[in-house]
Design a protein around this ligand. Structure first.
Ligand SMILES: Nc1nc2c(ncn2[C@@H]2O[C@H](COP(=O)(O)OP(=O)(O)O)[C@@H](O)[C@H]2O)c(=O)[nH]1
Ligand SMILES: [Mg+2]
Length: 459
């Protein structure tokens, strides 16, 4: 985003970007949006009908011509007229053949005609500035693109539909109303707030606080859906940690060997377990390291264990040997491995039965589904009532709502201790501002620029 472009409304200069990933493919899409887009299209596109006669929101087959009128590519061009487009501006989308040179040549041509390269997230920023979507919906676009599991995708789709934005704007409206009510007194300083009204106002603030807290309670879900649960697989050398990683992934990612100390570095891989995103880390077995590299690997293993949301200890049930595990507050599961080579009798004596210990065999697959259930449960990926909350806030929303919560609590405190209405009103105004920021009531291009800069180019 360029500072000078940052004016709410129409008339921002044309930007162009490749909307599809770079590289060879059947098709690629080049997107152009902003002032002058249709003029550029008139100059570079030739079809059976002139560009001016193409109706909005229709796709037309034609040719992209270089300045010397030679044919660059045969394409399908879709025309959009403001405000009925993704950005709310005049736009065209060119579906060309997906070659690196072709897309570069089309981009170059559009740039020479006066557009500039779009910055990351700039199309979506314009959609936001033109009131096509609120900020939570803009963020949902990115969440959808980056969703790694079906659950994450559903949550993003729900957010794209606008639920979080609507809920926060509704609370904002309610707090604003209470503030206005209060400020009516401030204008007549001789009048005191009578206690009954004070209690009623505090009750109303508490109602808003409840909604804020309900939204805040979805933050954990949101973090899981967006970032995944960090699971550290640890235990003694040769317990079967790497075998278990491969089992959970469904392919042979880590080297499995009977030689203890084979895994020297930590290996991190993403897995979708029952639709819940997990970041699995296979670690070096915890023991007194034989050499410098293994020692370094063990150091990394300890760091991975410290950073994990859930710790999974693998124990070789045929030996029962258990090494040093870093005890911590986080859920700790024990998987007794190699169930295929221990007797049923021994299994009975080993499993403590507190629900966090399971018998498995990486060789036969025995017990793996049960382990996966236990992992999903230990991670708290599903709320206790078994439902999955699909409107889960992100870290930015959480920060805004925490500020709002603190202000509302202070407002209630001030009101109950009979302080000046002006003080309560200041707190309420702060809460209004903080809640409003969730959906994008933000002053300042810098903050918006930061939010959109994490998007990808062409979106
Ligand atoms: N019988 C049997 N052997 C296993 C099982 N899981 C792993 N192993 C063997 O145990 C050895 C160590 O496995 P590995 O996954 O490399 O252990 P790590 O050092 O903990 O990563 C290898 O020879 C594996 O084939 C199992 O469930 N049953
Ligand atoms: Mg290993």
């Amino acid at each position: 985003m360029r500072g000078s472009d940052f004016k709410k409304g129409k008339g921002l200069p044309a930007i162009v970007a490749l909307a599809t990933p770079p590289g060879a493919g059947a098709l690629a899409v080049v997107r152009v949006s902003g002032e002058g887009t249709h003029q550029i299209a008139c100059e570079i596109f030739r079809a059976a009908r002139p560009f001016e006669q193409i109706s909005p929101r229709s796709a037309v087959f034609g040719k992209i011509l270089r300045e010397d009128r030679s044919v660059l590519d045969e394409v399908v061009l879709t025309r959009y007229d403001a405000p009925s487009s993704y950005t709310g501006e005049d736009m065209v989308e060119v579906s060309c053949h997906g070659g690196v040179l072709i897309t570069e040549a089309i981009l170059g041509l559009v740039l020479r005609k006066g557009a500039r390269l779009a910055e990351p997230g700039e199309f979506t920023l314009r959609a936001f500035l033109n009131g096509k979507m609120d900020l939570t919906q803009a963020e949902a676009v990115m969440d959808m693109i980056h969703a790694k599991t079906p659950l994450a995708l559903r949550a993003a789709a729900e957010q794209l539909e606008g639920r979080i934005g609507r809920e926060t704007l509704e609370i904002r409206g309610r707090i604003l109303e209470i503030a206005a009510h209060l400020e009516a007194w401030i204008d007549f300083p001789e009048e005191e707030i009578d206690p009954a009204t004070g209690v009623a106002l505090a009750g109303k603030i508490r109602d808003s606080l409840d909604v804020v807290e309900k939204l805040l309670s979805t933050a954990g879900q949101g973090k899981i859906l967006r970032e995944g649960i960090r699971l550290a697989i640890c235990g003694c050398p040769n317990a079967g940690k790497s075998s278990l990683l491969n089992r959970l992934l469904g392919y042979e990612r880590a080297i499995v060997s009977e030689v203890p100390g084979t895994t020297r570095d930590t290996i991190e891989e993403f897995a979708s377990l029952r639709g819940v995103p997990f970041r699995l880390t296979d670690t070096a077995g915890l023991r007194e390291g034989e050499d410098a590299i293994e020692k370094e690997g063990i150091g990394r293993a300890k760091k991975a264990i410290e950073a994990a949301d859930v710790v999974l200890e693998v124990v070789d049930a045929s030996t029962g040997e258990r090494g040093e595990i870093l005890r911590c507050e986080r859920p700790h599961l024990v998987a007794w491995n190699k169930g295929d080579i221990v007797s049923e009798e021994r299994k009975k004596t080993v499993v403590a039965g507190d629900g966090l210990e399971v018998f498995i065999s990486c060789k036969t697959g025995e017990g793996i589904p049960g382990l996966v259930d236990a992992l999903v449960e230990a991670a708290g990926a599903r709320p206790a009532d078994g439902s999955v909350s699909f409107a889960a806030i992100n870290a930015r929303h959480q920060a805004c709502l925490n500020r709002a919560r603190a202000s509302l609590l202070r407002a209630i405190g001030s009101l109950e201790s009979g302080e000046e209405p002006a003080l309560v009103s200041i707190e309420l105004r702060e809460a209004v501002e903080a809640v409003g920021e969730v959906a994008g009531e933000i002053d300042g291009e810098e903050i918006l620029g930061k939010i959109f800069a994490s998007f990808c180019v062409g979106k």
